[in-house]
Design a binder for this molecule. Structure first.
Ligand code: SF4
Length: 450
């Protein structure tokens, strides 16, 4: 990149410019988008929620399912008109679709200015400054581990009550259906010293809850001899003064260790919720998915978690219609759901992803059959979620008050088990722990009274 310093000076002299970021996919992307906003603030961009006012639009994309990827193209189509009306508008695509497509995306979308991959967030200000000068650029090179460690994206300093903290990136598991290892790269754990410093800084700004995030947080530190393992990291975070609650996501069942299970018994600040994707209840399907555990092993971990923290809320992910899934395999998935009694389940029809091993598997289940199975599964899950929520009516729950509810006339917080509770009280309570009695249960939320 030539003349970056020169371009930076010129650009800073201009009036404030507006940035609109649209985020697709998981918490990693939500967190990355916060960092994008913070990075671009440094070159004069402030955030807007109205894309029609923006000087720069960034789509932070997800390619984990074909549908999410198609959405990006349809959003780009929508912005084509805007770009025609405002020639100075800069359009950028980052995240997993950008990593997957790279230069091809620039070639197929002629009005697109910037493509940046999952390892190139730190370069975004330079790319934007170059685009301001009329260049079209793609930067999707993977970084080596040493450079990645030094460039781990830190928090954006924005405060708030509850924040994400990135502790690792990438994945080495190569589940046969998953594109993540190809678009996020190999697994790498961030230095624990930096993680704890960042959480201390957040606590000093009033943050009360942190969610440690990564593609597979349970394997944190396993490949880094100088770092603690994930259970030890949780114990370090629990000692940070001012942090009242700790959550983490996402977990891989095969990496749930006994020391981690012990944390649920011994660390009161660790919330009583775990997102533990099973993906299927059938051993045959789990083997074809290369998940590295059996149904029995998964259920043993669930029992151990229930024993360590009675009442722990378990959520998960399930894929329906994986190649070769028979009706008997699908019944195993339904029966696993009955045994676990998930508080919530994210379920999807299997989506073929390029480069993955499952893309080579013969798939003889019709689309209609897959859709029917998904509907059966989701209908049963809705019943179980409502039952779970109803079982909380009359109980007292401690909440961290996070903000004003969507309707605007109440406050909301989450229980330790991650259920949303709306309640009436004074906004001065935002950021405080409160105790409420649950008075009503709905499908997606609860109502409480202080
Ligand atoms: S653990 Fe499996 S599903 Fe999760 S990100 Fe890694 S490869 Fe994908």
């Amino acid at each position: 990149m030539r003349n970056i310093g020169k371009m930076r000076q010129g650009s800073n002299a201009k009036k404030e410019k507006l940035l609109y970021v649209e985020t697709f996919g998981c918490q990693m992307n939500v967190s990355d988008s916060e960092k994008i906003v913070a990075l671009l603030k440094g070159i004069g961009y402030s955030n807007t929620h109205d894309f029609s006012l923006a000087d720069l639009i960034i789509l932070n994309t997800c390619s984990v399912r074909a549908k999410a990827e198609q959405k990006v193209y349809s959003r780009l189509g929508r912005f084509k008109g805007l770009k025609k009306r405002n020639r100075r508008l800069i359009l950028g695509v980052g995240g997993c679709v950008a990593q997957q497509e790279g230069e091809r995306l620039l070639a197929s979308v002629p009005y697109l200015d910037i493509v940046f991959g999952t390892h190139n967030l730190h370069m975004l200000p330079e790319l934007v400054l170059a685009a301001e000068q009329g260049e079209r650029l793609s930067q999707t090179a993977f970084l080596d581990n040493g450079t990645r460690l030094d460039l781990f994206p830190a928090a954006d300093g924005e405060g708030g009550v509850s924040r994400f903290v990135t502790i690792m990136q990438g994945c080495d598991n190569y589940c046969s259906y998953c594109i993540v290892p190809y678009v996020r790269g190999r697994e790498i754990s961030r230095r624990s010293v930096e993680i704890i410093d960042e959480i201390r800084e957040m606590a000093s700004q009033g943050v009360r809850e942190v969610t440690l995030i990564g593609q597979n947080v349970n394997s944190y530190g396993l490949m880094s001899p100088d770092e603690p393992d994930f259970a030890s990291l949780l114990r370090l975070v629990a000692e940070v003064h001012g942090i009242k609650r700790i959550r983490f996501t996402t977990s891989h069942p095969k990496d749930i260790s006994q020391p981690l299970i012990d944390c649920f018994a011994e660390l009161p600040r660790l919330c009583g919720h775990i997102h533990l994707p099973a993906q299927s209840g059938s051993d045959a399907v789990l083997a074809r998915m290369n998940r590295g555990y059996t149904r029995r092993e998964y259920l043993e971990k669930i029992s151990a978690l229930n024993a360590a923290r009675p009442g722990i809320q378990i959520t998960g992910d399930m894929i329906v219609g994986f190649p070769g899934e028979s009706e008997a395999d699908f019944s195993e998935t339904l029966s696993l759901m009955e045994e676990v009694r998930y508080a919530d389940l994210f379920s999807f029809v299997y989506s073929v992803r390029p480069e993955t091993r499952a893309a080579q598997l013969p798939d003889d289940i019709s689309r209609e059959e897959k859709q029917l199975r998904l509907e059966r599964l989701q209908a049963r899950q809705r019943e179980m979620t409502l039952e779970r929520n109803r079982s909380l009516v009359g109980s007292r729950q401690e909440l961290l008050t996070e903000g004003v509810s969507r309707r605007g006339d109440q406050l909301f917080g989450r229980t330790s088990g991650n259920r949303i509770v709306n309640f009436s009280s004074d906004p001065s309570l935002i950021g405080s722990m409160v105790e409420v009695t649950i008075t009503r249960a709905f499908q997606n939320s609860l109502l409480g009274e202080i």
